[in-house]
Design a protein around this ligand. Structure first.
Ligand SMILES: Nc1ncnc2c1ncn2[C@@H]1O[C@H](COP(=O)(O)OP(=O)(O)OP(=O)(O)O)[C@@H](O)[C@H]1O
Length: 251
């Protein structure tokens, strides 16, 4: 992206609080709807840095896992420990970007202004944020007129405006063209390289290979595999991950 990414990077780095949310420890995490168990006794840890790609077939529980980790839902049982921090205070230190961008029916600039104002952030960062995601020239345009890729970059800028320590992404590029996919990946990689912890749901194998430090593979609400990226893509250990990568796993 543009040269003006640097001042933004500096400000994001400066904003990291002293007591970090990472590492994450998840123990016996279970979610049921009535008689149906959709997440079944998950146990995993995430280290302080990097990008975890969360993969698995449709309905395996990826989106629900993100919502639990972000505190948008409560588990039926089990524990989520973000660096020993008070669970009540965790959500505000994280951001979630959905497949369908959630935007205000205001101008592009006003979408950023709103987040900066409500979070008590420096309003002067708006232009740097818009430039960082390549939308400075659209600042005065209504957000509803943006293309899908532009809207998703604005959603990402809104997320970055909150200075999250953890960024959750739920299939953010699912309906975007290759150039828009790469633009989003560039922004996310930059955030990761500046120390933001990334948890990224995708079905896009190429994207997972480009972005992953580690892969958490879900199948039927359980963790089939949690492996370093190079091991996962060279030789997945679980049959379900092998079948998924070969296009043979349909749930
Ligand atoms: N509110 C709900 N009540 C009952 N079942 C639900 C509810 N929300 C989700 N589910 C079920 O939980 C399972 C996991 O859903 P989830 O959205 O996490 O899957 P996913 O892995 O993200 O799928 P996809 O790849 O299709 O987005 C699915 O079978 C879904 O139908």
């Amino acid at each position: 992206m543009s040269d003006t990414a640097l001042p933004l990077a500096t400000k994001l780095k400066d904003a990291v609080p002293a007591a970090p949310l990472m590492p994450l420890s998840v123990r016996d995490l279970t979610l049921r709807f009535g008689e149906t168990t959709v997440l079944d006794g998950l146990n995993f840890d995430l280290g302080s840095a990097g990008c975890t790609m969360i993969m698995g077939p449709n309905g395996s529980g990826k989106s629900l896992l993100l919502k639990l980790l972000h505190g948008l839902m409560a588990p039926t049982s089990g524990h989520i420990d973000w660096g020993g921090q008070d669970p009540q205070a965790v959500t505000k230190r994280q951001a979630l970007v959905f497949q369908k961008p959630v935007l205000l029916r205001r101008s592009v600039a006003a979408n950023i202004d709103f987040v900066l104002k409500t979070r008590g952030k420096d309003r002067g960062r708006r232009d740097a944020l818009l430039d960082h995601v390549g939308l400075a020239h659209k600042a005065d345009q209504p957000a509803r007129l943006l293309s899908g890729g532009e809207a998703q970059r604005l959603a990402l800028a809104r997320a970055l405006a909150t200075d999250p320590e953890v960024l959750f992404l739920d299939e953010p590029t699912a309906s975007l063209d290759p150039a828009s996919v790469l633009a989003i990946e560039t922004i996310v990689r930059d955030a990761r390289n500046r120390g933001m912890r990334i948890c990224f749901v995708t079905h896009d194998m190429g994207q997972a290979r480009r972005m992953a430090d580690d892969v958490l593979f879900l199948h039927g609400g359980r963790i089939a595999e949690h492996t370093a990226a190079r091991d996962f893509f060279c030789e997945p250990q679980s049959a379900s991950a092998q079948n998924y990568m070969d296009g043979r796993l349909v749930v």
